[in-house]
Design a protein around this ligand. Sequence first.
Ligand code: C2O
Ligand code: CU
Length: 438
Amino acid sequence: MSHGKKVDAWTYNGTVPGEEIRVTEGDFVKVHLTNELDVPVTIHWHGVLLPNKMDGVPGLTQDAVQPGESFTYEFIAGDAGTYWYHSHQHSSLQVDKGLYGVLVVEEKKQKYDKDESFILDEWAVNQDKQNLSNIGGMMMGSMSGDGEADTKQMYDTFTVNGKAGSSIDPLILNDGQTARLRFVNAGYQVHRLVFPEGSIEVIETDGEEVSDNTESSNVVEIAPGERIDVAFTKQDGEPTVIGQSNNIEHAEDMKIPVVTKKSDVSVAMNTHLSSNTSVVDGTTFGSENLIFNKTPANPDVTYNMDLSMGMDMGKGMAFQINDETFPNTPPIQVESGDIVKVEITNSGRMNHPMHLHGHRFQVTSKNGKELDSPLVKDLIHVKPGETYTIYFKANNQGEWLFHCHDNNHADRGMVTIVDYKGVYSPFELGGKNNNSPN
Ligand code: C2O
Ligand code: CU
């Protein structure tokens, strides 16, 4: 564990994570960003359906905000749910350095005794951050069949709300109370959280209410970039803990003590939970509110998205969409009103959590098999060998990113654009503002 250690971070308002922004559905949100760093930054509102010019993507929806300059974001928080915000300028570096926070849009009527958010991340504290071009390690990893071997070697410390191990703030609840716990994965690795048996129900994924959560489990897997909310009930008895499953190294850092009073924290930290065999994740549950009542028979646009790994001369690993790296990847060309079908296939050996800006999509089938309960999301975690079919309505004009939320993969090419006919971005990639969206 890394007690008393410090890392060099970049922050929104002085802390990692940046302070939680909590609003009520329907609220008008206005955020002034002033850049006091010596590199350009932006803020992207991950998962929020908003006008394109507020999306915070440099080179596409705005110029990166230069040192000393400012930018004001404004939008209506129309849909209750868990969201997050992060810089979209050179994300692989800036999100990693701490430029992120949680955005909670509360329902008008609150149903729980407590409501708290937890944002998960990984850091390199006791070692220098390894570079992804460490091909040896990556090749070894991909032979081992581990879909994120490329990042595992880079980090040695896991954090919850910016703190590790015994510094993590406890969740304080009375026996029998139920809390809404909102988890956001801001890191590069899948996090598998173990809860006391029988204590949770998954209620929301990516801001969308879950329809039937009868599948009961006490282990929840959250992909990079993904959000999963659970209703957690503190059972009678001893202090307990919510913690990373020990399926990976450094798991012991990521433990949230659950106590009725602060003095019980050390007892809680010594609890060991057993994970039952079934693991639920962001693809387990169907959604309550669908975009399409049945799978659209005649989409206006069909795009096959093949995710693969390759080599870039002189730069090492490349992560590709249809054999190209951004900005050469073929865009998804749509017209306002179109129904768009995208078939995503991961033919590589790494996990790819694919995230679409400005829209939600309906996942209708997996590996060619129609899902019994379709799900509505903005991020789908596509593991090696998997294929998902998704549909969305082109109902939000603009230029929108669709990319892997393992930001290192995005940095190395795995990004494309949903490009609306007749919409032209006045901004440019690179240029004097150094716009770098990935
Ligand atoms: Cu979390 Cu392109 O976004
Ligand atoms: Cu990826």
